[in-house]
Design a protein around this ligand. Structure first.
Ligand SMILES: *[C@@H]1O[C@H](CO)[C@@H](O)[C@H](O)[C@H]1NC(C)=O
Ligand SMILES: *[C@@H]1O[C@H](CO)[C@@H](O)[C@H](O)[C@H]1NC(C)=O
Ligand SMILES: *[C@@H]1O[C@H](CO)[C@@H](O)[C@H](O)[C@H]1NC(C)=O
Ligand SMILES: *[C@@H]1O[C@H](CO)[C@@H](O)[C@H](O)[C@H]1NC(C)=O
Ligand SMILES: *[C@@H]1O[C@H](CO)[C@@H](O)[C@H](O)[C@H]1NC(C)=O
Length: 394
């Protein structure tokens, strides 16, 4: 009887201790001097909270409570001791003074494994202050910050975060493996320059699921050197669509393989699903293969299905000719809806390296007045009815 009582009393004291030691240690930015007045520069406070959380042995968490926090650019580096969380409940506001933003990032996470970024908060890139400086077309080009960069981050997850009005891309993923995005909301005006939603480069096993993206450039862009990119349940628009590329701008580029885009909707976008390569015949080595586009709705899209091996914006091509990027094993299936142009399906492949194993299955895209057509150059593959517009693949 007594020993049972002793045990019961002991466990009353021990239980909370045991529980606490299992939960992550919390490092609130407020304890490191952050002020949520949307004015005070919180860069050092965030940095100190991160360094402390990163050093902590075991699971720990940087917490940004509700409120608005002004923040200049910063790099949050690993490696860390154990899994880390970065919980954004508040709104982070980026600088608007040009002297503070001619740099390639706003917030960068680097060399970290097992990172989770979540919390329902917002990254406000204050893009309107920087878009007038986006004049790369004319050749004079200073860097503008990507709102959130992930470099060399593995086994990690970004969920339930909102990004608005980035100055450049919203998210940039470089050399990350086994990374998941889910429930991310992205928004910027339709005419904001270069505001790609999520750009992925040199990475593998990246999943983007359940995202609502409205922006001025590609909703999602997939650059060279990617393998295994799974995109699902994304609503894109306005924007330029979900693009692989542009590829073949430089020599000895790595290829892209294993991309899937499923259960997505495009609304009023410039392109739907697109693969674009520069026509430079000198750039060799790259390829695009093993893609699956399935179960996609197009609503008033200018170019719903587009393989473009003559991609040359603003006539900036270093050389005119035929792309060396080999495109193969690409399936477009269960794609329906409306196109604002007659040419709903455009498969314009390279003369020197024609596309092969391109498949169209169960397509129904109506153009203006219900009339649509498809155009093909240098394409080999097959189609399986019903396909409207009628397939031009042979
Ligand atoms: C923070 O201030 C900026 C102006 O610098 C403003 O655009 C933004 O809406 C403010 N954010 C919040 C959450 O009040
Ligand atoms: C991340 O994963 C990649 C691929 O599995 C691996 O090559 C790299 O070393 C990993 N990085 C770290 C820091 O563990
Ligand atoms: C990412 O999602 C996949 C399922 O799609 C899951 O198996 C994996 O554990 C997730 N990884 C992380 C780091 O959350
Ligand atoms: C896509 O939708 C189908 C039908 O609703 C569902 O069976 C499938 O699991 C979904 N795939 C993904 C990756 O969400
Ligand atoms: C074609 O790509 C699909 C993925 O979309 C892959 O499962 C399949 O194995 C590839 N086929 C060949 C012959 O490589």
């Amino acid at each position: 009887m007594n020993s049972v009582l002793v045990l019961a009393v002991l466990s009353l004291f021990l239980l909370p201790v045991v529980c606490r030691s299992h939960g992550p240690k919390v490092f609130s930015v407020l304890r490191y001097g952050a002020v949520a007045d949307n004015k005070t520069d919180n860069t050092k406070a965030f940095m100190r909270a991160w360094v402390a959380a990163c050093r902590w042995r075991g699971k720990s968490r940087v917490l940004i409570p509700p409120g608005s926090y002004y923040l200049a650019s910063l790099i949050l580096r690993g490696p860390c001791n154990g899994p880390k969380q970065f919980v954004i409940k508040g709104v982070l506001t980026a600088p608007t003074k040009p002297a503070l933003f001619f740099i390639d990032h706003w917030i960068t996470f680097q060399h970290i494994n097992k990172l989770k970024i979540y919390g329902g908060g917002t990254l406000d890139g204050q893009g309107a202050s920087a878009w007038p400086y986006n004049n790369c077309r004319t050749g004079s080009c200073k860097p503008l910050p990507v709102s959130l960069r992930l470099d060399f981050v593995n086994d990690s997850k970004i969920s339930n975060i909102k990004s608005i009005n980035s100055k450049n891309f919203h998210f940039n993923v470089f050399s990350c493996y086994r990374l998941n995005f889910s429930r991310v909301t992205i928004s910027a005006p339709e005419d904001s320059p270069n505001t790609d939603g999520i750009h992925v480069g040199g990475s593998g096993d990246v999943a983007i699921d359940t995202a609502d993206i409205a922006t001025g450039d590609d909703c999602i862009s997939i650059g060279p050197g990617n393998k295994g990119i799974r995109i699902s349940n994304v609503v894109c628009g306005p924007g330029h669509g979900i693009s692989v590329g542009s590829l073949g701008k430089s020599d000895r580029e790595e290829g892209v393989s294993g991309v899937s885009v499923v259960n997505c909707t495009f609304r009023g976008t410039l392109n739907g699903v697109q693969i674009k390569t520069w026509p430079d015949p000198e750039a060799a080595g790259g390829f695009a293969s093993d893609f699956m586009y399935d179960n996609i709705v197009m609503e008033d899209v200018d170019n719903p299905i587009f393989i473009n091996q003559q991609y040359c914006p603003y006539n900036l091509c270093s050389a005119q000719g035929s792309s060396k990027i080999q495109i193969s094993n690409i399936t477009f299936s269960n794609i329906w809806g409306t196109s604002t142009t007659k040419d709903a399906v455009k498969l314009e492949c390279s003369e020197s390296n024609p596309c092969h194993d391109i498949a169209l299955e169960n397509i129904n895209l109506k153009g203006p007045g219900g009339v649509s057509s498809s155009s093909c150059s240098n394409v080999h593959g097959r189609s399986r009815a019903p396909v409207n517009p009628p397939s031009c693949i042979r």
